[in-house]
Design a protein around this ligand. Structure first.
Ligand code: NDP
Length: 508
């Protein structure tokens, strides 16, 4: 069997691992084409077995309770901090991103892991609620129990941070996890699994299965109790369809086409800096990256000048001094090229770079303006270091245009007087006002989208609850003098109840 990792610089090849006939594939450094590691292509049988063993591990993990789990997750966090550069090197090798960006990714991982472990008991633990008027004799409690085994399917652009948004929160909630990393970044997935096993040697509460899309589909069919998917909208739909066969619940975190709105009273240099970082960092391969800007006409010229001043100095490359790295997934290069071409064909103007900026595997920054709103560069996720800046009469018009798309992941607003007001009108899961992407680094905030960006939430209390099922329990403390839900109720009991209701609930 020969399989090709999509987008690899060199085609990944089949080989057989040692004496076993298990097919394997290679992960490739997109900067050099060098092989970073070889990994098995796991089939349905292997994936189902991984879920079965994770189920045994989960029983033990759940029994440990919040405190014991926290101790172990804290130990993992400490290990991740002490070996942060080791993780960053692997992330940099498999994605091509600069070391400092890989380090930053790990810093965020560590902070989220800390939050999830620290808050799990408070958010999910058993608590009493008022039993209400009718059931005053009941003690009512709710607690959030783990699902069991959670299957996590992750992308390659932030191969540690993105899946850990599910893995850390699912583990803190008492689930075990079977993780299928992207075929482009399997080494990072395996590293995460190995390091957790070092501090939790007793049972494999995190297992990793590697391979291509078929391995991901196998995980959807392997009997997991929930599947948390992060990736493109198209694959998200396929994951949902497969999970529907067994009514497996899904969390779907997909792509975006996030907009940045610049109001007439905005701090323009801060807005320009944010636009440049939001669009170009990680070579634009960020689901919550800034892909388009709507700037109010009166400040547009100055804003554009500031953006260009910043962006024209930025260069892609594989060397340590590069501002950002390559396009990790080779096949995306053509999508980026086509979006630039479509924008200029349909009347848009290039202010910086153009089709010539595409020099695989690198793409230098491209800034476009006056791009028609129905052009692919405005409507589709480009996932490259490109930015469309369109002028609007008012910030409100910018909001309208931002909301016209099918995605609704994040957003950014720069305004001194009405930042939050504009933010609240954006149809998106998260908004940063007067900064960019800040919400992803606040562990207490939920992260997720609407529309084609998916549904469900990672991070924060909502992210913990996403990996738990609420269980409601009532315990009778004493017998009511009149029990209306009994065949032994006296005649007139319900009528008296209705009278009582009229009295207390029938008026304001
Ligand atoms: P893909 O949708 O191509 O792949 C995501 C994962 O799904 C990979 O592990 C992939 O495996 C796996 N997969 C592929 N086919 C199937 C299938 N039929 N059944 C189950 N799993 C499958 O996304 P990318 O990896 O290219 O990631 C980029 C996308 O992720 C962008 O759209 C980006 O916006 C989005 N993203 C969203 C985030 C969010 O939080 N909303 C965060 C980060 C990225 P394989 O790689 O082996 O094909």
């Amino acid at each position: 069997m020969t399989q090709t990792a999509r987008g690899s610089v060199e085609a990944s090849v089949d080989r057989t691992a040692g004496t076993s006939s298990e097919p394997i594939f290679e992960s490739i450094d997109p900067r050099t084409g060098e092989v970073v590691g070889t990994h098995p292509i796991h089939d349905q049988e292997h994936v189902s077995e991984a879920v079965r063993t994770a189920r045994d591990a989960q029983r033990w993990w759940e029994e440990l309770g919040f405190e014991q789990r926290k101790r172990r997750l804290d130990a993992w966090r400490e290990l991740l901090v002490s070996r942060l550069d080791e993780a960053a090197e692997l992330i940099a090798a498999e994605t091509g991103k600069p070391m400092d960006d890989a380090r930053l990714e790990m810093v965020l991982v560590v902070d989220h892991l800390h939050w999830a472990a620290a808050k799990a008991r408070k958010v999910l633990g058993r608590r009493g609620v008022s039993p209400g008027l009718l059931m005053a004799n009941q003690a009512a409690t709710v607690e959030y129990r783990p699902f069991g085994v959670v299957g996590v399917i992750g992308p390659w652009n932030y191969p540690a941070f993105t899946p850990m948004g599910s893995i850390a929160y699912a583990l803190a909630a008492g689930n075990s996890v079977v993780f299928k990393p992207s075929e482009l970044t399997p080494g990072v997935g395996e590293w995460l699994c190995r390091t957790l096993a070092e501090v939790v040697p007793e049972h494999p509460v995190l297992r990793v299965v590697t391979g291509f899309g078929d391995t991901g589909a196998a995980l959807c069919r392997a009997g997991a109790d929930k599947v948390a998917f992060t990736g493109s909208t198209e694959t998200g739909k396929r994951v949902m369809a497969t999970c529907s066969e067994s009514l497996t619940p899904v969390l779907v975190e997909c792509g975006g086409k996030d907009a940045l709105i610049v109001d007439s009273d905005a701090d323009l240099s801060a807005a320009a800096e944010a636009a440049a970082w939001g669009a170009v960092s990680n070579a634009g391969q960020t689901c919550i990256g800034v892909e388009r800007v709507y700037v109010v006409e009166s400040v547009a010229d100055r804003f554009i000048e500031l953006v260009l001043g910043r962006a024209e100095k930025l260069r892609a490359g594989g060397q340590s001094t590069a501002d950002f790295g390559p396009i990790t997934m080779g096949s995306q290069v053509e999508v980026i090229r086509e979006h630039i071409a479509d924008a200029t064909r349909s009347g848009g103007r290039s202010l910086l770079g153009g089709e010539d900026s595409v020099r695989p595997p690198y793409v230098d920054p491209v800034v476009l303006t006056d791009v028609p709103e129905d052009s692919a560069a405005v409507t589709e996720e480009t996932f490259g270091p490109t930015l469309v800046i369109n002028r609007v009469r008012t910030a409100e018009e910018g909001v309208e245009r931002a909301n016209a798309g099918r995605y609704g992941l994040g957003g950014t607003v720069f305004s001194r007087s009405k930042g939050v007001e504009l933010a609240r009108r954006l149809r998106s899961g998260m908004v940063a006002v007067n900064s960019v992407i800040a919400f992803a680094a606040v562990p207490a905030l939920p992260f997720g989208g609407v529309g084609d960006s998916g549904f469900g939430r990672i991070h924060g209390a909502d992210g913990l609850r996403e990996f738990a099922r609420p269980q409601a329990i009532t315990r009778s403390r004493f017998r009511m003098p009149i029990e209306p839900m009994s065949f032994g109720r006296p005649k007139g009991a319900v009528r008296n109840l209705v009278r009582l209701m009229r009295l207390v609930r029938g008026r304001r």
